[in-house]
Design a protein around this ligand. Structure first.
Ligand SMILES: Cc1ncc(C[n+]2csc(CCOP(=O)(O)OP(=O)(O)O)c2C)c(N)n1
Ligand SMILES: [Mg+2]
Length: 578
């Protein structure tokens, strides 16, 4: 507690305060972004947001011009994921704003901090079906953590401050600010010194000690404990604490899709990803566990399989900063509301002796070695798994990997092993095709020195490939690897398995020339069709100091295995061996 009196504090505050200046609404926005340490904006201009673009021009704040607003918002997501800072996206009203809806929904379900500023028609026109008017508050109400419409320039600084606060604290998420054009042109006093005051929004960070004790006790009693490590650990920047706790207690770890990298993928206690296309060892660990400690995961249906078969023998403990997640899908015996890092620190301090889990660990080790992930590389046709394994080896596991959605995403999750946090960027919850490539752009901007590989499907790439313009313009060295199976691979797989091999609208008999497309954007490009050329092509791609597109033709009929089919439990995996 501070020993200063209220009066002394007031004096200090007044002394530290900058004299408020008079600014336009758009001037306030840029000034506030600077105060929030925003280094880059992703966006696209248009009528209602023009005053803000004028300010961007005058101040020179870094702005990345996408070629479609969806590209801008996915880039902001990729940036947020890798930088651990909020991504900022600015677009115009109406169609500009509706074009970012998918990205907002994506960020919401994957808990990514975004501040999205949408232009709006002038206040007097709102509700008149004015040109380029869309009700963004209404549209984004269910897919934002919070949204605002600025009704007067005086309240704008407070709103921006609250937006950043809400986006980044507790469970992160997207916050939208709808900015009427006249408000961005009006002038008012810019005062950014007030603290955020939100009595109705006070996320619990420090967990209840009693609950931590209960959990520690359960761990000591358990014979077969397992940790389900989710993306909440990444958001809380708690990987070190997880590592320390796992080392201390010798508890096996399984990852969710989004949690990959929060614990070293090569550690002997790491069993891999769990869920529909998870490893046998990870899923069986959940199935056989007597204590399941979920840290920052949502118990998503792709993870749990059929709920009635889920972790039948386990006491469920769940640490989550969002109390609404606890008990949402799975009955939870030991709830712990709080930040993952704080919870793990308390557990490490609280936890008594290490129980003997030797038999349990050994039995899981046998599953891990007897039923590894597999594929068969038989002839000259490239197997997609082999391609990803080689990219893993050639990048020494150090690349930032982004994926789109589909088979290539699952193979990347399986065959690229992440040892460090924030190297893995994928659309988990919404499963948004078109996400992966622009997300790679945001990731590369967040980490200019790192190798960024965008592993992408031939279909998903076609949803946002226009963003190659950004690579061309900035000479951003993103490496695009098209896992080209000439199909909507994941759709084809489901049609094969569950729809009598009726391949309705999922095969591409004709495809664009991806090499020529890349070359149209002055991007180095190559097509790889045979296995004998694959390795050298990957080397050439990684050695090139600039963007590269590699169109890699892979086996069309390959399926992602192992698999928990719909309606099945973890113990009913198919395709666990060749
Ligand atoms: C925007 C959007 N539309 C449709 C889908 C449904 N879907 C999931 S995977 C997939 C196929 C993706 O094909 P491709 O990008 O080539 O990847 P592959 O599965 O072949 O690796 C489709 C259509 C989706 N996830 N997102
Ligand atoms: Mg495909």
């Amino acid at each position: 507690m501070s020993t200063k009196t209220k009066k002394q504090e007031l004096v200090v505050n007044i002394e530290n305060k900058e004299a408020p200046k008079v600014l336009s609404g758009s001037g306030m926005l840029i000034e506030a972004l600077a105060k929030e340490n925003v280094e880059v904006i992703f966006g696209y201009p248009g009528g209602a947001i023009l005053p803000t673009y004028d300010e961007i021009y005058k101040t020179g704040i870094r702005h990345i011009l996408a070629r479609h607003e969806q590209g801008a918002i996915h880039a902001a997501e990729g940036y947020a994921r890798v930088a651990g800072k909020p991504g900022v996206c600015v677009v115009t009203s109406g169609p500009g704003a509706t074009n970012v809806v998918t990205g907002i929904a994506d960020a919401m379900i994957d808990s990514l901090p975004l501040v999205v500023i949408t232009g709006q028609v002038a206040k007097s026109l709102i509700g008149t079906d004015a040109f380029q008017e869309a009700d963004m508050l209404g549209i984004t109400m269910p897919i934002t953590k919070h949204n605002f419409q600025v009704r007067s320039v005086e309240e704008f600084p407070r709103i921006i401050k609250e937006a950043f606060h809400i986006a980044t604290t507790g469970r992160p998420g997207p916050v939208l600010i709808d900015l009427p054009k006249d408000v961005s042109q009006d002038s008012g006093l810019f005062d950014y010194s007030e603290d955020v005051h939100l009595p109705g929004y006070q996320p619990t960070i420090i967990p209840n000690r009693q609950q931590i004790r209960k959990l520690a006790e359960a761990v000591t009693q358990a014979k077969k404990p397992v940790i389900l490590a989710g993306a909440g650990i990444l958001h809380a920047k708690a990987s070190e604490q997880l590592y320390e706790y796992v080392e201390q207690q010798q508890i096996p770890v399984v990852n969710t899709l989004l949690g990959l990298g929060n614990f070293p993928g090569n550690h002997e206690l790491h069993l891999g990803m769990a869920g529909m296309h998870g490893t046998y060892a990870a899923n069986m660990a959940l199935h056989e566990a007597d204590l399941l400690i979920n840290i920052g995961a949502r118990f998503d249906d792709r993870l749990t399989g059929k709920l009635e078969f889920f972790a039948p023998n386990a006491t469920i403990a769940h640490i989550d900063v969002d109390p609404a997640e606890i008990g949402k899908n799975i009955e939870t015996k030991i709830p712990v509301v709080g930040d993952a890092k704080e919870a793990l620190k308390m557990l490490i301090a609280e936890q008594g002796e290490q129980a003997d889990h030797a038999d349990w660990k050994a039995s899981l080790q046998v599953k891990k070695t007897d039923f590894p992930l597999w594929y068969k590389q038989e002839d000259e046709t490239i197997k997609p798994q082999h391609l990803i394994e080689k990219i893993y080896q050639k990048t020494k596991g150090e690349a930032i990997v982004t994926t789109d959605v589909g088979q290539h995403q699952m193979w990347s999750a399986q065959f690229y092993k992440f040892d460090k946090p924030n190297r893995w960027v994928t659309s988990g919850g919404l499963g948004t095709m078109g996400f992966g490539f622009p997300a790679a752009i945001g990731a590369q901007i967040a980490e200019p020195q790192s190798t960024v590989v965008s592993i992408i499907g031939d279909a998903g790439f076609q949803m946002t490939l226009q963003e190659m313009s950004i690579l061309q313009e900035l000479n951003l060295p993103v490496k695009i690897v098209i896992v080209n199976n000439a199909s909507l691979g994941m759709v084809r797989q489901w049609q094969q398995l569950f729809h009598g091999e009726r391949y309705s609208n999922s095969l591409f008999p004709i495809q664009p020339d991806f090499v020529k497309l890349a070359e149209a954007y002055s991007i180095k490009a190559m097509k790889v069709e045979e296995l004998k050329d694959m390795e050298s092509a990957i080397e050439e791609m990684l050695a090139h100091d600039g963007p590269v597109l590699m169109d890699c033709r892979v086996a069309q009929e390959e399926n992602v295995y192992p698999m928990i089919c719909p309606g099945k439990g973890h113990h009913e995996m198919e395709g666990i061996r060749p």
